[in-house]
Design a protein. Structure first.
Length: 306
């Protein structure tokens, strides 16, 4: 969905008002990015938005031990003008409020799941195309807790009240209204380990997903991650990824094997490189085989953050 010029003008005025009226001890920042990509597949090429966003984020210091925070982020298509049949609204990407302090952090709202962040992101690291990932709980209607790091150990938990259950429980008693997630992490100087579990109880198939990700950093700038995911009675995924920062950007590659229980297994792979024009601007190029596109895919693009 796209925003009209009038909507942007109204939003800008509102953002300016918020900044001026921020309470003492509070901060409010406007941020965002514009991203474009040209994606070429066997079926042809296409110029498209690559996930442009605009948002607000801020903090309020309650006392020396407690700080409140929020984030509100919208995603919009920046590659074409709003049409007559388009209502001009942007889609919600993230929105949450929370508290943080010596106890850790707790937040409620809509945001990337703790399972996705801990297990999937390091292997599915591409700017434009994406790998197949194990099924996990959708975003939204979630409360999450993040513990502080204690001798390298961290615990993250989350509960979502949403999904098929929120709409279908009145007519289907097999649905559970809650989906729970747990992530255990351990980090040392040269490696980190994450174990994640997602019950997926509020989905129609309700098959739990479990994943393990191990990352090693043998030299400065280089990280190597191996992951394994399994969704009960659905599929298994094994993946390997590497990323190296060469000073002006990153070079990266990923491979994974997907083995569905009711079909033949298949491989996905890709390589990419970024080049920074400034601290907030970079260009990228990627090539690979991705199940999501069903084709050999090449993508080039640009990211401008503000």
């Amino acid at each position: 969905m796209k925003k009209s010029i009038i909507a942007i003008a109204v939003s800008s005025a509102a953002l300016a008002s918020v900044s001026v009226q921020a309470a003492e001890g509070s901060t409010v920042d406007v941020y965002g990015n514009i991203q474009y990509a040209y994606v070429d597949k066997d079926a042809g090429g296409n110029f498209e938005d690559n996930g442009s966003t605009i948002g607000l984020k801020g903090e309020t210091k309650i006392n020396d031990d407690l700080t409140a925070f929020f984030k509100y982020e919208l995603e919009f298509d920046a590659d074409q003008k709003t049409g007559a049949d388009d209502n001009g609204k942007a889609d919600l990407d993230q929105a949450f409020v929370g508290l943080k302090g010596n106890f850790g952090k707790v937040q409620i709202g809509s945001f990337d799941t703790i399972y996705n962040n801990a297990i999937q992101d390091a292997v599915d690291q591409f700017e434009s195309p994406s790998f197949t990932n194990a099924e996990d709980t959708t975003e939204g209607d979630t409360i999450a807790y993040f513990s502080p790091s204690i001798n390298g150990f961290e615990v993250q938990t989350a509960i979502q009240v949403k999904g098929d259950a929120s709409e279908g429980s009145a007519t289907n008693d097999n649905y559970d209204s809650l989906s729970s997630m747990v992530v255990l992490k351990y980090s040392a100087d040269m490696f980190s380990v994450a174990l994640g579990y997602d019950s997926r109880n509020n989905t129609s198939d309700a098959e739990a997903t479990t994943g393990l990700a191990v990352t090693v950093t043998p030299v400065d700038g280089l990280s190597v991650t191996a992951k394994y995911e399994t969704t009960e009675d659905t599929q298994d995924i094994a993946g390997l990824a590497a990323r190296y920062g060469y000073g002006s950007g990153d070079v990266y590659a990923s491979y994974q094997n997907v083995d569905p229980d009711n079909a033949d297994d298949f491989n996905e792979y890709g390589v990419g490189v970024t080049y920074s024009l400034a601290s907030n601007i970079y260009v990228f190029a990627e090539v690979g085989q991705f199940k999501s596109t069903e084709d050999d895919t090449t993508a080039v693009g640009v990211y401008y953050g503000f």
